[in-house]
Design a protein around this ligand. Structure first.
Ligand SMILES: Nc1ncnc2c1ncn2[C@@H]1O[C@H](COP(=O)(O)OP(=O)(O)OP(=O)(O)O)[C@@H](O)[C@H]1O
Ligand SMILES: [Mg+2]
Length: 250
């Protein structure tokens, strides 16, 4: 009988998958406005780094409120809202401002500064964060190009259409390549082709590592994501209904 050869056992080291990094978490979050309006009830949600989530719901369902809780414009009545491990509801002043710099926000009502040009509105985000002028110049036109507005750099918001203002708002949200992007109805005023481009742009930001939440009641936008790029068809969708958050598609 041949003696069994002892083969030294050397398996490759087990490479553990990096644990998913939770970037956004809501734990038992409810929101009752000062006038007594109960808007959100016991919301629980966890979003990992690099995930892209759609939140839908009828007008008044609480989509903007949910985002406001995430960037600290509203505080939860109960429960905890964590963004990158910071309890947003407890942050004030400088600490809240510092966290907000990590978040790109597309506001539903754009919030552009009327007496500043498109270029100044977008560059302002970087000025506020202390970027050097040459870095601001390096980023500004390419970012405006991404939203198709480089030729409007010297126009004022009042000189733009609603959809153009919305795209300025998006440019402002992405110019600092933030860790988190919260986009509140980012295509509410756009036609199909522009909506598609915005979706592609957000997908690009996701591929660069951003964690993204997009609220919308535009079912076309969600359908577009299903027939869009290969990655987009997997985007999960949740719906706010009666103050609660439900999975539509995981
Ligand atoms: N500051 C406030 N005080 C009292 N009630 C508020 C306040 N802000 C919002 N609400 C109410 O909370 C509910 C949710 O508002 P929210 O703006 O979050 O809805 P939404 O889902 O974003 O709607 P839309 O699709 O129209 O943008 C609405 O009934 C609204 O009237
Ligand atoms: Mg809203």
């Amino acid at each position: 009988m041949q003696s069994a050869k002892i083969i030294p056992y050397s398996s490759p080291p087990i490479r553990k998958a990096a644990p998913a990094q939770v970037v956004i978490s809501l734990e038992g979050v409810s929101k009752v406005y000062a006038n007594g309006h109960r808007c959100l009830t016991d919301i629980n949600l966890r979003i990992n780094k690099g995930e892209f989530l759609f939140i839908t719901g009828a007008s008044g369902a609480g989509k903007s409120t949910l985002l406001k809780l995430l960037y600290g414009a509203e505080r939860p009545s109960t429960g905890q809202v964590l963004v990158e491990q910071h309890s947003v509801g407890k942050l004030r002043g400088d600490r809240l401002a510092r966290l907000r710099r990590r978040i790109g926000i597309v506001f539903q009502d754009y919030k552009l500064i009327e007496n500043r040009t498109v270029g100044e509105n977008v560059a302002f985000v970087l000025w506020a964060q202390g970027y050097a002028p040459q870095e601001i110049r390096r980023r500004l036109i390419p970012t405006l190009n991404l939203v198709g507005l480089a030729d409007k750099v010297n126009q004022y918001p009042k000189q733009l259409s609603g959809g153009e203002q919305q795209r300025v708002s998006l440019a402002r949200a992405i110019i600092s390549t933030p860790a988190v992007i919260l986009a509140d109805e980012p295509t509410g005023n756009l036609d199909v082709e522009n909506s598609r481009q915005i979706l592609r742009l957000l997908e690009k930001m996701q591929s660069l590592g951003a964690t993204i939440i997009v609220t919308t009641h535009d079912q076309n936008l969600i359908r577009m994501s299903e027939i869009g790029g290969q990655r987009l068809h997997q985007l999960p969708v949740m719906e706010l209904y009666d103050g609660k958050l439900f999975w539509v598609k995981k």
